[in-house]
Design a protein around this ligand. Structure first.
Ligand code: FAD
Length: 203
């Protein structure tokens, strides 16, 4: 496999806007069609035959970005849940003082802190020019799944308002899902990690 640049306007190259997404509606997503599309060899990106390796390297970096989105989303959902739990009163007390909710917030804060440290370690390794593929996969898997757990409980803390569009937490709930699917699904991250830790005696 090789990577080759196909400029916009090349005959045979067409695009179609994808609509009706559940989440990330402000992010433009399109289908690309290459029908008998021809471009000169000088458009080769890097060397012939290196495409697969180039794409894998791209994924390692992309996983850091998705992990950061998961971490930021988890932090944002946690802050919204904390704010709401302190404002909302039931039985004469803020719902944050009910132990079940306080413990949920404690679990969120703990998982977010662990996610942050995992991601920062992966970024540190990359900054040092050291291998970071395993840590990037771990950070992507963990941060995206932590966001899933945090937003689910954050919606729960909001009660019925958590399901209404007038409260931002509803968007976090939808936006989170792509993070466990894009840039390699959670299942694929587990395959990558299990290879990297030597389960199959291959890299
Ligand atoms: C709007 C949008 C934007 C996206 N943006 C990006 C992006 O920027 N970058 C990016 O990388 N991806 C992105 N994706 C995700 C990407 O397009 C694919 O959806 C994703 O890689 C999963 O592939 P698939 O949909 O073909 O699922 P499939 O490969 O059909 O997988 C279906 C299910 O089977 C599981 N599965 C598949 N193979 C295995 C296996 N070998 N072992 C165990 N389980 C397996 C998967 O984990 C999944 O749960 C985006 C998706 C959408 C909808």
């Amino acid at each position: 496999m090789s990577c080759i640049l196909v400029p916009n306007g090349t005959p045979g190259f067409t695009t179609k806007k994808m609509t009706k997404k559940m989440m990330w509606r402000s992010s433009d997503t399109g289908e690309l069609y290459f029908d008998d599309c021809r471009v000169p060899e000088e458009n080769l990106l890097g060397k012939r035959g290196e495409g697969f390796h180039q794409m894998l390297q791209t994924l390692d970096n992309g996983r850091l970005a998705i992990a950061a989105m998961g971490l930021g989303g988890a932090q944002g959902a946690y802050e919204l849940a904390m704010k709401y739990a302190k404002e909302r009163k039931q039985f004469g007390k803020p719902i944050s003082t009910f132990q079940i909710n306080a413990f949920k917030l404690a679990d969120m804060a703990t998982e977010i802190e662990a996610a942050r440290n995992l991601l920062y370690k992966a970024c540190y390794l990359k900054d040092q020019g050291k291998p970071f593929g395993k840590e990037a996969a771990m950070a992507k898997l963990y941060c995206s799944e932590v966001m899933g757990r945090v937003v689910a409980e954050a919606v729960q803390i909001h009660g019925g308002y958590g399901l209404m569009k007038e409260y931002n937490i509803e968007r976090f709930y939808r936006d989170h899902k792509l993070l466990t699917i894009g840039e390699g699904t959670s299942e694929v991250q587990r395959i990558v990690i299990s290879r990297k830790i030597g389960c199959y005696d291959v890299d």
